[in-house]
Design a protein. Structure first.
Lengths: 150, 129
């Protein structure tokens, strides 16, 4: 690939060109914010790791506990037909649905489509609850959850 | 330069990732690559959305025969170029020594062969595996 294509992403004086994505910044290369937001939180039952990626009315989220496996993958989206967002299990497919309700609640609270990769141990409802609390806190800080749903 | 100047590596978090933005066939394209223990996640978007989610894996059959399978998890089941892209990516990553399946998210404006070929190249240039 011709290196000059990189110049198209940044103007000559470092000023950004308009981006089609609000979450991707093509501004000055010196301080480009990362689109993939990662953080870790120590909670009562363990160390949790999170990735949050904001897209256009969509969130990709990964949550792991002491592990870097992908976990079960869910997609949840609000539907005009009922109050409860739809849910699909994309990877995982066992009866144990760790993370399924988290995905649904996130879709409900943000109004967005959620793709959630959840790598939490089975039979740890405390950990699941703690993970959801941390996630919501972070989403509130980021401004993606800003009001109680009616 | 081997990789785009604004590709970020995240070292201390258990999952390493890279993200970068480039122009593919005239369209601004954003890439996020994330390396999990058991999957490689590749998100490529021109629309700002995840688009179609595909899974691609390599399986070893009888007599060390290798087969690649691609399945659409969410989105366009009937877009052969997306499947072809997933197929190419799993073959290439496999060639490069990776045995992990791919989770691929493609939110593209353009499904042309040229675009998909370039996408495969950009991903392979920025390996996280």
């Amino acid at each position: 690939m011709d290196e000059s294509t990189n110049e198209l992403d940044v103007g000559k004086d470092g000023e950004g060109l308009p981006s089609t994505l609000s979450s991707f910044s093509s501004s000055c290369t010196l301080q480009q914010p990362k689109a993939l937001h990662t953080f870790s939180r120590e909670v009562q039952d363990g160390l949790l790791h999170f990735q949050i990626l904001k897209l256009d009315k969509q969130l990709y989220i990964w949550v792991g506990c002491n592990s870097a496996k992908l976990g079960q993958l869910y997609a949840s989206m609000p539907t005009p037909f009922e109050r409860t967002p739809s849910l699909a299990t994309l990877i995982g497919g066992t009866a144990d649905n760790v993370g399924a309700s988290i995905a649904r609640r996130l879709a409900l609270k943000t109004g967005w489509s959620i793709v959630l990769a959840c790598n939490l141990p089975k039979n740890s409802p405390n950990l699941e609850a703690q993970a959801e609390i941390q996630l919501l806190q972070e989403l509130k800080t980021l401004g993606f959850v800003n009001r109680a749903t009616s | 330069m081997n990789e785009p100047s604004h590709a970020h590596k995240v070292p201390s978090f258990p999952v390493s990732s890279k993200e970068f933005s480039t122009v593919v066939q005239g369209i601004k394209t954003d890439f996020i690559l994330s390396s999990y223990d058991d999957y490689i996640f590749v998100l490529v978007t021109q629309l700002g959305k995840m688009g179609t989610l595909l899974q691609a894996r390599k399986e070893e059959g009888y007599g060390a025969e290798i087969t690649f399978t691609v399945s659409v998890l969410l989105g366009k089941h009937d877009e052969p170029m997306l499947r072809a892209c997933a197929r190419q990516l799993i073959e290439r990553t496999s060639d490069m020594g990776s045995s992990r399946p791919l989770l691929l998210s493609l939110g593209l404006k353009d499904h042309s062969r040229g675009t998909l070929k370039e996408i495969v190249e950009r991903v392979c240039e920025n390996k996280v595996w």
